[in-house]
Design a protein around this ligand. Structure first.
Ligand code: T4K
Length: 397
């Protein structure tokens, strides 16, 4: 067999392994929203055109709410225009006040939702494996003013559900989950929406599951449904009665349509995410200084929303920021979710923090989330790994 024939029989990936990695022709972003086939969208768009009903609890939204309720096996669902307003309204409707114990390792909207309700965030540390709130630290931070725990299933990794529920029960606190990243996750066969008193899911375009923009609250107390409906619609009870100072946080019909269509594809999206993560895990374990979180326990059905890695600078040969910049030169736009920590943002720097946040600080300085999305091909994932490997070689020289 001559050299030419030999090359032809190699896969794209093998060819790449034989040469220096080259930059991607087009940018590879950390995520790319899944879009259903356009015919599916236009077909259903006709219903909206025919009805001329665009927002304010329209028929598509009502159908979407039923679909979600069935998917999550939960009666109490309420849709919003985005996840941030959902969480803000959720906290307000539940009457949360005083202090809430929460994580600094999250997207800033988690903390903003507390501030918009004049609630003081009490930041405590995270655990090192899956970056979720450390229940022992939570318990140590409880004061007479504590009214709730606001934990985050960060990257879709379930928080310490049982330990947090135990702390909340013993201290009579509400347990609220920012589940922005966790749609599609199940624990012991139960959708994650069933844990805690209330959960917020974000359906933003950058999420594994989306409705362009959107937010969902799921909750235990059926009495909250009416309150949430008032709060998201200016407080209107009927045409002439306003029963509370609500805001406008309604999801519109186009968002609901997108959400409804994407839901039908969620299994394929998650399966693709699993294939991508498997390649990353397999390839990156051979590169010193690039560490993924441990495999999740068997009783967790994960949604493969993110691929976070920690960069250990000494072993890898460059630090996280250097790797992030190096990848950009190859047209790969990984993201430093979540850096800086919330406590380092100018608007939260003056909040007193009593916990040294040792793990959160370390993780935040090393974390990098790698591209993962439905359209990303296996060859592209291999190519990203080749490039990370070559960065390691350069860094170690
Ligand atoms: N709690 C948590 C824990 C959250 O992570 C979030 C949101 C919330 C609460 C609040 O939920 P929402 O109110 O957003 O529903 C993004 C998202 O905007 C934000 O929703 C998300 N978390 C956060 C983690 O990430 P950015 O500023 O990083 O997004 P951006 O615009 O830089 O997009 C990232 C990449 O995605 C781009 O480089 C390219 C790609 N992209 C993005 C958009 C918007 C696309 O390919 N198409 C698109 O349409 O915040």
């Amino acid at each position: 067999m001559d050299g030419k024939t030999m090359t032809k029989s190699l896969s794209d990936h093998e060819i790449l392994m034989t040469s220096d990695p080259r930059p991607f022709e087009k940018p590879i972003y950390v995520t790319k929203p899944f879009l259903p086939p356009i015919e599916e969208f236009t077909e259903r768009l006709k219903e909206i055109w025919d009805s001329h009903w665009l927002t304010n609890n329209g028929p598509v939204l009502q159908g979407f709410a039923c679909q979600l309720s069935k998917y999550l096996q939960i009666d109490n669902v309420c849709l919003f225009t985005n996840g941030t307003l959902a969480l803000q309204i959720g906290l307000q409707g539940m009457g949360i006040s005083g202090e809430v114990i929460t994580t600094p390792f999250t997207f800033v909207a988690t903390t903003h939702s507390l501030f918009w309700n004049k609630i003081r965030p009490v930041f405590v540390d995270i655990e090192p494996d899956y970056y979720t709130l450390d229940p022992e630290k939570v318990e140590a931070a409880i004061t007479p003013w504590t009214s709730a725990i606001l934990a985050v299933h960060v990257f879709g990794y379930p928080a310490k559900l049982h330990a947090l529920a135990d702390v909340a029960r013993r201290h009579n606190l509400k347990l609220i989950y920012d589940a922005a990243h966790a749609f599609g996750v199940e624990v012991c066969g139960t959708p994650i929406a069933h844990f805690g008193d209330m959960s917020m899911f974000s359906f933003h375009a950058t999420k594994i599951y989306h409705s362009i923009e959107g937010g969902l609250l799921t909750f235990k107390d059926s009495g909250l449904k009416q309150i949430f409906n008032y709060l998201k619609n200016f407080g209107f009870k009927n045409e002439v009665e306003v029963v509370m100072p609500g805001t406008n946080a309604k999801m519109n019909e186009i968002q609901a349509l997108m959400g409804s269509l994407v839901l039908k594809h969620l299994d394929e999206i998650i399966n693709k995410g699993q294939e991508i993560e498997t390649i990353y895990r397999d390839r990156l374990k051979t590169i010193p200084g690039i560490n993924l979180p441990p495999q999740l326990p068997d009783d967790v059905l994960y949604n493969y929303a993110y691929v976070p890695v920690e960069v250990e600078p000494k072993e890898f040969g460059m630090n996280r920021d250097e790797l992030c910049d190096a990848l950009k030169r190859y047209n790969i736009f990984s993201r430093r979710y979540f850096y800086p920590l919330i406590t380092e943002y100018a608007c939260y720097r003056n909040v007193s923090v009593f916990d040294p946040l040792t793990t959160a600080r370390k993780v935040s300085s090393r974390i990098l989330t790698l591209p993962t999305y439905y359209d990303l091909t296996s060859d592209e994932v291999h190519r990203i790994c080749d490039i990370i490997s070559s960065c390691h070689d350069v860094g170690k020289k």
